[in-house]
Design a protein around this ligand. Structure first.
Ligand code: SF4
Ligand code: SF4
Ligand code: SF4
Length: 586
């Protein structure tokens, strides 16, 4: 029978609460029992229906289920589904449940068999325990209405939420307000960037993006030990790379106080330029110049601004300045070929290194679908190395933080680093005379191939259509259909042929589409808001308006290049490419 209590003099049915623990250290459940003094008050107003840690009679259904821990076994999965079926609201309770398994998520770093051997040696499993090989947050298995994060969730917060729920049911996905100070915590390191919790104002933007948009749960609010302060951290202060980070850089661009610092390669580049034996090549992604111009320039024409940057790079000593867009076009050509051939396993584009990291770290079953020969840097470097020989040193200038970990080049500069490098050399881009020749062209034989300097703004399917129609010598059109927020289906019609692409801009949604890879000819995953216009290598913080403005700059830049090409040059370029008269490295 339902218990009742008195609220404002009226008899009301007590709210039924269940506290559940899947596989975990039971920190959350234990912290509830630590509320010794308050438990009696709580019991007055709630009906504690389910709480295995303290009572022997446990019943369903409940109004609110607080579920701690993560799904480590088939049994956990079945139990979680049973809880969901029997509760009105399900709350992920603590970091293990809310993100990727918390401390236990570290298990993903090595195959389960290797870890088993480390702990149990040659002892055979008796078959009763069936650990799952992947750690996923509980919302991968059931719908979650609300998240309370923390490792463990502090007692005072548990109390706060229990009383809050009694007053009013939780609102779906409501955010946990955090206003606790950070003090005395060391930096969280990574090869590409680090986080200084001392600077953090706990605005929660980076945590939300990493958890909900990217779906990796690398960072969270952590309180270490009872009564400790709350900080943003990886679990156990692991390096970003070890904690499952895909290096999308979206935490960096979202931070309003600059708590994230990208590794600086400025000194490395200065040393490269200072050595007279080096032949130096700058590979400039024009997208990098957008946020530099946005923040610091009086120049109004982006095309001219890029020419000024090229002139500046030559002035500080680079022997060649190559456009990274040539790599993109090489990749497009290769992906178009895979699509035309209908290659079964060559469908996830490798344009984006962070998307590649996502698959390698969290969706290993999809690795076989990656088209590694569509990685623009890899493709470009094959040609450049062959052209410039072993003496050459390469510096990539990019809006993409994920490239900070590449072995393909000798140094990687983001937009703020490039500006710092130029400032050290006493160069003000605004007063440099625009370089008349523009980028050096090394990938393609024909000088008419200025088209290769256009920037293929995402989704790439639209640029792919250009190549597909070119190679198939047919007219074509593209139709975009939104399936849900962050997921689109793109239908490409080339003559009588139809090709279908999946375009994912919220990587956390990928898990729903894993089983549908066979339905598509081409799959593109873009982790950054607005694509590379929102990359972590721009000046932070990013806003939707700034990102949109960067995309507009690039559109105008493309228009300028295309308008410069006369009809003769365009038709010659088409003709050459249709005959595959470019230096293609496969
Ligand atoms: S770079 Fe991306 S995956 Fe890594 S911590 Fe930041 S948001 Fe998460
Ligand atoms: S975005 Fe910056 S200030 Fe906000 S929680 Fe993250 S590190 Fe802290
Ligand atoms: S979308 Fe662009 S900037 Fe962002 S991770 Fe991918 S390649 Fe890098």
């Amino acid at each position: 029978m339902a218990e009742s209590c008195e609220v404002n003099g009226m008899k009301e049915e007590k709210i039924k609460i269940g506290i559940f623990g899947l596989t975990c250290c039971a920190g959350e459940e234990l912290n509830v029992t630590n509320l010794e003094e308050e438990l009696a008050d709580i019991a007055e107003i709630v009906d504690l229906r389910h709480y295995l840690m303290v009572q022997s009679i446990n019943e369903f259904p409940v109004d609110i289920a607080l579920v701690a821990g993560f799904v480590a076994t088939k049994e956990d999965e079945m139990r979680l589904k049973e809880i969901r079926k029997n509760s009105r609201y399900l709350i992920a309770f603590g970091s293990c449940a809310s993100s990727c398994g918390g401390v236990h998520g570290l298990r993903m770093k090595e195959p389960l068999s290797a870890q088993y051997r480390e702990v149990y040696g040659d002892v055979k499993m008796n078959g009763e325990i069936a650990p799952l090989s992947e750690i996923r947050p509980i919302d991968s298995y059931v719908e979650v209405d609300y998240y309370i994060r923390g490792c463990p969730v502090p007692e005072e917060e548990i109390l706060y939420y229990i009383f809050k729920f009694i007053r009013a049911p939780p609102v779906k996905n409501e955010l946990l307000p955090v206003n606790i100070q950070t003090e005395g915590y060391g930096k969280i390191r990574g090869d590409a960037f680090s986080l200084d919790p001392e600077k953090c104002v706990l605005c929660r933007r980076c945590v939300n993006i990493c958890q909900k948009h990217i779906g990796q749960g690398v960072i969270d609010f952590i309180s270490r030990g009872g009564g400790a302060k709350v900080v943003v951290s990886t679990f156990f202060g692991e390096s970003f790379e070890n904690a499952g980070c895909i290096l999308c850089g979206q935490c960096i661009t979202s931070c309003p106080v600059g708590a994230y610092q990208v590794r600086s390669d400025v000194e490395r580049v200065k040393n490269i330029l200072a050595n007279p034996d080096n032949f130096t090549v700058a590979i400039l992604d024009p997208m990098s110049c957008t946020s530099m111009m946005q923040h610091f320039s009086r120049e109004e024409d982006f095309y001219t601004y890029v020419r000024r940057v090229i002139a500046s790079l030559r002035k500080i000593g680079f022997d060649k300045v190559i456009s990274f867009t040539e790599g993109y076009h090489l990749s497009l050509i290769h992906q178009a070929r895979h699509i035309m051939k209908g290659d079964e396993h060559e469908k996830i584009a490798a344009w984006c290194p962070a998307a590649q990291n996502l698959i390698k770290k969290s969706y290993r079953e999809l690795i076989r679908y990656i088209t590694f020969d569509t990685d623009p840097l890899y493709m470009l470097m094959r040609i450049l190395r062959e052209t410039f020989g072993p003496r050459a040193k390469y510096v990539l200038i990019t809006p993409c933080v994920a490239y900070k970990n590449t072995d393909e080049v000798d140094a990687v500069l983001t937009a703020p680093e490039l500006r710092r490098l130029l400032s050290y050399s006493g160069i003000d881009v605004d007063i440099e005379k625009p370089d008349r020749a523009g980028f050096d062209r090394e990938c393609f034989h024909a000088g008419e191939m200025e088209i290769m300097n256009t920037y293929p703004l995402g989704p790439m399917s639209e640029s792919l259509l250009w190549y597909l129609t070119l190679f198939m010598r047919e007219e074509g059109e593209v139709k975009r259909i939104q399936i849900e927020k962050g997921v689109e289906e793109i239908v490409m019609r080339i003559g009588e042929t139809t090709k279908k692409a999946l375009f994912i801009t919220v990587p956390a949604k990928l898990k729903k589409y894993v089983v549908r890879m066979g339905d598509y000819d081409y799959v593109e995953i873009v982790p950054c808001f607005g694509g590379c216009a929102g990359g972590g290598g721009h000046y932070p913080p990013a806003t939707p308006e700034k990102i949109e403005e960067r995309r507009k700059m690039i559109e105008k830049y493309n228009e300028r290049i295309i308008s410069k090409l006369n009809r003769w040059a365009m038709s010659r370029a088409y003709e050459l490419m249709a005959r595959e008269g470019f230096r293609c490295p496969v």
